[in-house]
Design a protein around this ligand. Structure first.
Ligand code: CA
Ligand code: CA
Length: 594
């Protein structure tokens, strides 16, 4: 496939250049190249990937804003997303050639002059009635490639716009929104291909990862993440060719349940050029009621490593085999150099899973290297066995089987921690190679959960479970925590009253930036956790901050706008934070000179 896509792309680039020359275009807009994307983490002049580098470390080498100077950080501009549409704003902006591209709720995308905040253009995707996003009308960001800005929509489309004009260049369908498919994650670009997953695990969809030619939208391969489904790739003539069944049909599923098995890939993926692997997290097996589907239910609640050239699964590691709590293993797998207890450096990846454990896997083969809790209370397992790689389950921690009950309508209620919203949810952690620490925006909460009978019906919630989320402490739910991945020890924490739902950013200036639902963008000392700076953005932050350099100055940017899954699914916690107000804007900061 590779030899097919590259010449095609070059041909198109040449055609575009020729067209520009004929038209006498004065300044050709700067294109985003594969080299720009692969080198993103090392080039602070732009942010051209989700994660400030495809490995997802969210580490910036910039030092102008640092533990000493951060007190002088002041707002430069703020831009409202406007309209009547607010709700959750979970987007990470991307910045290239002095322009910021940022998505907003209800499948909107804005291009903004990054230094002045001047709006350049806006794209509003026309959404049909009847979309079914499970967890608010959010979007996590766009990808840049060539002259395109590409993002997914709530009606499960992938839209590529000309990044200078906002005009649609191509549009492709990711799934049937009437069956529960949607898309909210930021796409990633790997070697000219745009890589996406699908959302809809609460509706019994079938999770998968897709690769398309980023310039044309044409399919390259598709890889289902539920065992038993066929993968495909597309040959030079555009024919769909079988590319091997994922796993072995019925090996880890009972009956025909694999046909509606979930394992949604709703939180995107990371890519590691060292191993040439895409790492995707997969969500819950469907339905939630685990008694209906005996077996491990591969490849749900797992990390799946996929070869970007062939679409084949190179390895997998299941964080929660036979998940019965909606512990979606969708959390990002962040590549880093792991220093083993023997001092040896291993190419590894870290993942703070919704199930409350932090996992370190060898990223070349998936072997489990370390696992430790990153939240205080875990009721479903006593730990992870490093030899077998499997959890040591506490059987009483699994919600009961309704069919064992007298009337068969409701199984035994179980008090479970973490809650299904997770020790960590969509909010991305950061890793600093300088301190060697992971910065994990974690939450301490629990739930009452019970199972109910359910059968699959297209477009209907497919849970077979009920629940109420509860806080574990009066004074905090959220807590930013710094972990040493070798010892598993928490080095510091900084508590927050409301649950944390925005990602982290760390910098060579010894800082950790993150936002709170209370509206503050905060900077902490990366080594000690001491709060050094904060700014009130006017509404809750549920998105990850970014930083970049422009005209010799360091900028920090973040999207603000309270919403996401907590107000919709949060039970007692939703009530506890119902005083928080909605909004929708981008804030940008730099150091005050003076
Ligand atoms: Ca960069
Ligand atoms: Ca789920």
């Amino acid at each position: 496939m590779h030899s097919h896509t590259l010449p095609q792309r070059h041909a198109l680039t040449i055609a575009l250049l020729a067209a520009a020359a004929v038209a006498g275009s004065p300044a050709m807009a700067k294109e985003v190249t594969d080299a720009d994307i692969v080198n993103d983490a090392k080039t602070p002049g732009d942010v051209v990937s989700f994660g400030l580098g495809t490995q997802g470390q969210r580490f910036s080498p910039l030092t102008a804003v640092n533990a000493k100077t951060v007190k002088n950080l002041v707002p430069v501009w703020s831009m409202s997303f406007g309209g009547e549409k607010q709700r959750g704003q979970e987007s990470q902006p991307v910045i290239h050639d002095g322009k910021m591209y940022v998505t907003a709720s209800y499948s909107r995308l804005f291009a903004i002059d990054a230094a002045s905040g001047k709006k350049l253009w806006k794209y509003e995707h026309r959404l049909p009635d009847g979309i079914m996003p499970c967890c608010d009308v959010i979007n996590r960001g766009a990808a840049l490639y060539g002259n395109l800005v590409i993002f997914g929509t709530l009606d499960a489309q992938l839209v590529a716009l000309n990044k200078e004009t906002g005009k649609v260049v191509w549009k492709e369908k990711l799934g049937d929104y009437a069956a529960g498919y949607s898309y909210t994650a930021a796409p990633i670009i790997v070697k000219g291909k745009v890589i996406t997953g699908v959302s809809g695990g609460e509706f019994g969809i079938v999770g998968r990862m897709d690769a398309r030619d980023a310039l044309t939208g044409k399919m390259v391969w598709t890889r289902p993440t539920v065992e038993g489904h066929m993968g495909y790739l597309w040959d030079k003539e555009g024919n769909k060719v079988e590319n091997g069944i994922t796993g072995t049909t019925n090996a880890s599923w009972t009956g025909d349940l694999w046909e509606t098995g979930g394992a949604a890939t709703w939180n995107g993926a990371t890519y590691d050029p060292d191993t040439n692997l895409i790492f995707a997290g997969t969500g819950n097996p469907a339905p939630w009621n685990s008694h209906l589907r005996p077996g491990d239910n591969l490849y749900s609640s797992s990390t799946v490593a996929i070869d970007p050239d062939t679409g084949k699964i190179a390895w997998h590691y299941q964080n929660t085999p036979h998940d019965g709590w909606d512990f979606d293993g969708v959390n990002e797998f962040v590549s880093f150099d792991y220093k083993g207890k023997d001092g040896k450096i291993v190419k590894a990846g870290g993942k703070a899973d919704r199930n409350g454990f932090f996992f370190v896997n060898d990223r070349t083969n998936g072997k489990l290297l370390n696992a430790f809790p990153f939240v205080n209370k875990i009721t479903w397992a006593t730990g992870i066995d490093l030899k077998t790689g499997r959890p040591n389950y506490i059987e009483e921690g699994r919600p009961g089987d309704p069919s064992a009950d007298a009337d068969g309508k409701k199984g035994k209620v179980v008090f479970s921690a973490p809650s299904f919203l997770g020790g960590k949810n969509q909010q991305q952690m950061a890793y600093s190679p300088q301190t060697g620490l992971f910065y994990v925006p974690a939450n301490e909460w629990a739930m009452d959960i019970w199972n109910e009978p359910v059968s699959y019906k297209k477009g209907a919630a497919y849970l077979g479970a009920g629940f109420t989320i509860k806080a574990l402490n009066d004074d905090y739910i959220g807590t930013m925590r710094a972990f040493d991945p070798t010892t598993g020890k928490m080095v510091w924490e900084h508590k927050n009253y409301a649950p944390l739902w925005g990602g982290a950013l760390t910098t060579a200036g010894n800082l950790v930036f993150y936002g709170t639902p209370e509206g503050f963008l905060k900077a902490l000392d990366a080594k000690t956790g001491k709060e050094l700076w904060k700014f009130q953005t006017g509404t809750g932050i549920v998105a990850p901050p970014v930083t970049w350099e422009q005209d010799g100055e360091q900028y920090v940017g973040v999207v603000s706008g309270w919403g996401g899954a907590v107000p919709l699914w949060g039970g007692d916690v939703a009530k506890r934070v119902n005083y928080l107000e909605q909004g929708g804007s981008v804030w940008v900061f730099k150091l005050h000179k003076g």
